[in-house]
Write a protein that binds this ligand. Structure first.
Ligand SMILES: [Zn+2]
Length: 352
């Protein structure tokens, strides 16, 4: 199938890829990728992982440049030369930082995924769904109440702080640092980052299922009925809170049921947020991928787009992945150790 046929096919899909597809569909996708040619790998990877029609049409333009970039991509092997990275960092005017679960993990934030990642008998993918919420809103609210309360005991780590400090410092030099994160814990915000896109929403925002109103909410507990509830032990009984006592909308007497303003499995990302993220990525002249593998969403959605423009991409992660070779730099290890020296003040920076 030609590139443009692929593009048309995907453009005609009304529903963009959703979270579950991206998280659970890797096996078959990468089996096919393995069998594809190098060109096809790049094209398929980008096409399969973009979510909005606008992004896909952009990819169609990008694929024209893929062949030109191919020799560069194939030749490049990721460097871990910090001095070389620092030279590029010193000249960058608009730096995009894409962050994932690894950054939160270094602050001890539980994800309730993978081995041992349980809340009671369930994992995130069992409770973070619209179906689970409509079936048992009390249980889902207990889960999110617990996660909100846990965050009272967690703090930004050196990686969060290095990003925020870099943004503040570079802004005085007319340079920008923006953060695109899948993390919902607001640790970037607490560290002091200002220009952020939380593409999965936030634990500390609610959305009314009746009127759609989105509100920031840091109350602890979020409502009286949830006080002392949400214990994670597997033998804890459900609180079975009546729906009228769960968090309710206070907008103009609406009183609708509130839900966490987070993107659940089976839901699509906000297209307005994606459009803004795309604009930022088109402007950036340096991209950092931190605490998330570059073949896993969301970095896989964005980083290849940036790399295909020839913009340097630097990965800071605990491990390498097959996609690592597509990027200019890879710095292995805890990002709380690797990121602060990478983003520290450069000798060439002039601060008035
Ligand atoms: Zn409402």
């Amino acid at each position: 199938m030609s590139v443009f046929a692929e593009c048309t096919l995907i453009r005609n899909r009304d529903g963009p890829f959703h979270d579950r597809t991206l998280r659970h569909g890797h096996g078959s996708v990468y089996k096919h990728l393995h069998e594809a040619t190098e060109d096809c790998k790049i094209i398929l990877m980008i096409l399969l992982q973009f979510t909005s029609r606008r992004l896909v049409s952009h990819v169609c333009r990008l694929t024209n440049s893929v062949s030109r970039q191919r020799s560069l991509v194939e030749m490049a092997r990721p460097s871990s030369d910090m001095a070389e990275f620092r030279q590029i960092f010193a000249k960058a005017k608009h730096i995009a930082v894409i962050t994932g679960a690894g950054v939160s993990a270094e602050s001890g934030v539980p994800t309730f995924r993978g081995a041992g990642g349980y809340w009671r008998k369930w994992q995130s993918q069992d409770l973070a769904t619209p179906e689970a919420f409509s079936r048992n809103p009390s249980r889902v609210w207990e889960f999110y109440h617990y996660r909100r309360e846990v965050m009272l005991t967690k703090n930004p780590n050196p990686a969060h702080l290095a990003i925020a400090e870099c943004e503040a410092r570079l802004s005085k030099q007319g340079r920008t640092v923006i953060v695109i994160t899948q993390n919902i814990d607001e640790l970037h915000k607490r560290a002091g980052s200002k220009h952020m896109w939380e593409i999965h929403g936030s634990l500390f925002k609610t959305r009314c299922i009746t009127c759609g109103n989105v509100t920031e909410n840091h109350n602890s507990p979020i409502c009286p009925a949830l006080e002392g509830k949400g214990a994670p032990d597997p033998d804890t009984d459900d609180a079975r809170i009546p729906v009228e006592n769960l968090p309710r909308c206070e907008e103009n007497g609406c009183n609708g049921l509130l839900r966490p303003h987070v993107v659940w499995f089976g839901e699509t990302l906000d297209s307005n947020v994606l459009t803004q993220v795309e604009e930022q990525l088109e402007m950036c002249d340096l991209c950092l991928v931190v605490g998330t593998s570059s073949i896993v969403y969301p970095a896989a959605m964005f980083a290849p787009q940036v790399a295909a423009r020839g913009v340097p991409v630097a990965e800071f992660n605990m491990e390498t992945t097959p996609a690592t070779t597509r990027f200019r730099f890879h710095f292995q290890g805890p990002c709380g150790l690797t990121l602060p020296p990478a983003l520290a003040r450069h000798d060439s920076e002039i601060i008035s």
